[in-house]
Design a protein around this ligand. Structure first.
Ligand SMILES: CC(C)(COP(=O)(O)OP(=O)(O)OC[C@H]1O[C@@H](n2cnc3c(N)ncnc32)[C@H](O)[C@@H]1OP(=O)(O)O)[C@@H](O)C(=O)NCCC(=O)NCCS
Length: 193
């Protein structure tokens, strides 16, 4: 269920979660996520060591896609009154020529939206990633410019593969993105019916 007037007011609601666009005030709540070496390995990034680094990531990286492409990561918050931030999930544009992060404008007809997810370790094992990703996938299918969704997952990231499987995605291709040079499996989500 979506209530959308602008990205900044966009909210997606699931049974247990509220999904919204990040703001710099989320830096403290996201610190445990981005300081966790295992989480960051899954995301192909280096862990941060200060809340200020998280603030910079939010302002430069996370919000950027919402400004330029009308998509990006959502903050996942429990919908209960305590409103705990449990992680992030959302869409990024990749250029299929070299599988690097890009934008609609730069990648043109090679632009491919990718659906990704990450939870703070304390919130693993409750189904939040699958629940959030399913809502984002359904929202994405309503966008006129998105006809296919993929998820890029390392072959050793078993937990993430299980999320993809629960969403009905299947591994379709193995690629080596130019920026990471690490073997990555392209999981393709079922087409819109
Ligand atoms: C990938 C990641 C998000 C998966 O987290 P997760 O908690 O295993 O995934 P979900 O939130 O979908 O939870 C599913 C698990 O919760 C369990 N569960 C418990 N209660 C549940 C409920 N009410 N509803 C659904 N599932 C529930 C499921 O059985 C499942 O466990 P299983 O896989 O052992 O069978 C997490 O490991 C992570 O953040 N990793 C680091 C970042 C990363 O690698 N991101 C992906 C980059 S490609």
């Amino acid at each position: 269920m979506a209530d959308e007037t602008s990205p900044w007011k966009l909210r997606l609601y699931t049974e247990r979660l509220c999904l919204r666009v990040p703001a710099s005030q989320d830096a403290e709540d996201l610190y445990d996520l981005f300081a966790d070496a295992e989480v960051m390995q899954g995301l192909g990034k280096e862990p941060v060591s200060a809340v200020e680094d998280v603030r910079a990531m939010i302002e430069e990286g996370m919000i950027g896609g919402w400004r330029t492409d009308g998509l990006g990561p959502f903050i996942l918050e429990t919908a209960a009154t305590d409103r705990q931030v449990v992680g992030q999930a959302g869409l990024m544009i990749f250029d299929t020529r070299d599988w690097t992060p890009s934008t609609w404008a730069k990648a043109g007809s090679h632009a491919q939206p990718e659906l990704g997810w990450a939870l703070t370790r304390a919130h693993w094992g409750h189904g939040y990633a699958t629940e959030a990703a399913a809502a984002i996938r359904d929202w994405a299918h309503e966008r006129p410019n998105i006809d296919r969704l993929v998820s890029l997952i390392s072959p050793d990231n078993v937990r993430s593969q299980r999320v993809a499987e629960r969403l009905g995605a299947i591994p379709t291709e193995t690629v080596t993105p130019a920026h990471s040079k690490r073997t990555t499996v392209v999981w393709t989500h079922p087409p819109i019916v």
